[in-house]
Write a protein that binds this ligand. Structure first.
Ligand code: SF4
Length: 319
């Protein structure tokens, strides 16, 4: 089944084989390897399906844990929940034999397609040959219409290698890519942006960004935090306390004072809270999301349920 307009992402892990400069979730090789459990993944899959959302698996790099992904997909299939696609950066695509064997196992386990992340930031870590091999073989295994990859030709992917190491080309990539300046990009890429005064950012709201019922993609992380895919750390709640199906609704935003203030007033709505905890904002930021992230990064220790986990803001290394 092709990619659907409404999707539910089960984020398997914060750990990744890469550490892209634009990563929204601070994924990295040394990041905490906690995995979503098979039982939780089945519950999340059922709830996303009940909300009319296509289920996908992602990370970090979910396919670092291939056998665990297979176990989750088989359990979801048993539960009548198809996995629309698995997101990957293709770093594991070392030989045709290995890739074909793994893609056929995923298909046998009920996976319907693949999504390969390709851009100047991923190609700083993942050789073009690998991700292109993944695309080429996934098209054979899943069919052309079930493989999502921005740049299909090897030459186009190769052209992205080295961009991140070239300040001028990196600046162009940052401007053209539409970076949100959340996660690692708040540190690595925001310095390349033109900053906007706090007063101007205070005019922005997040109504559309928190219109949950029609938002393209929602995410649940390995710790049970449910949030918009583009707003890691802006939590609708946690599945330890409520069902995903009850949390993943616009009504939830309306009910929660913090979320409804954020929707109506944008990140500036967090300023009184920040000042209460002795946090002084900067005079300007790269974007409203940069402001939001910077405040939440300092507030998460005080309000872990609202803005957790810490992994969204830093590497939480654990063996
Ligand atoms: S400002 Fe915060 S809540 Fe609004 S879209 Fe950006 S990250 Fe999401």
């Amino acid at each position: 089944m092709p990619m659907q307009p409404l999707r539910g992402q089960i984020m398997l892990t914060y750990r990744c084989s890469a550490a892209c400069r634009h990563c929204l979730v601070m994924a990295a090789p040394q990041q905490d390897p906690t995995l979503v459990t098979v039982a939780d993944a089945v519950e999340y899959g059922r709830d996303f399906q009940a909300l009319g959302r296509q289920v996908l698996l992602a990370g970090g790099e979910a396919l670092l844990y291939f056998e665990h992904v297979l176990a989750i997909c088989r359990a979801l299939r048993e539960a009548g929940v198809p996995v629309g696609f698995v997101e990957s950066n293709g770093s594991w695509c070392t030989t045709d034999e290995r890739v074909r064997a793994r893609l056929e196992q995923l298909k046998e386990a009920g996976v319907e397609g693949m999504y390969f992340s390709i851009d100047a930031f991923h190609q700083e870590f993942v050789p073009a040959e690998r991700v292109h091999r993944g695309i080429r073989l996934a098209r054979e295994v899943f069919g052309l219409e079930n493989v999502y990859a921005p740049f299909p030709s090897l030459a186009e992917v190769r052209a992205l290698e080295g961009v991140a190491a070239d300040p001028e080309r990196l600046h162009h990539a940052v401007c053209s890519y539409g970076v949100h300046y959340l996660g690692r990009s708040a540190d690595d890429l925001a310095p390349l942006a033109s900053f906007v005064p706090l007063e101007a950012l205070a005019q922005e709201n997040c109504r559309a960004d928190l219109e949950i019922d029609t938002l393209a993609e929602l995410q649940v992380d390995p710790f049970g935090y449910v949030r918009p895919d583009w707003c890691p750390g802006v939590n609708l709640g946690n599945t330890r306390h409520a069902r995903l199906a009850d949390l993943a609704r616009t009504e939830r935003v309306r009910q929660d004072p913090l979320l409804s203030d954020l929707a109506e007033g944008g990140p500036a709505a967090l300023l009184p809270l920040a000042r209460r905890f002795g946090i002084t904002p900067e005079p300007a930021y790269a974007s409203k999301c940069h402001l939001c992230f910077a405040l939440r990064r300092q507030l998460v220790a005080h309000l872990p349920d609202a803005f957790g986990p810490e992994h969204v803001y830093q590497i939480c290394a654990r063996q």
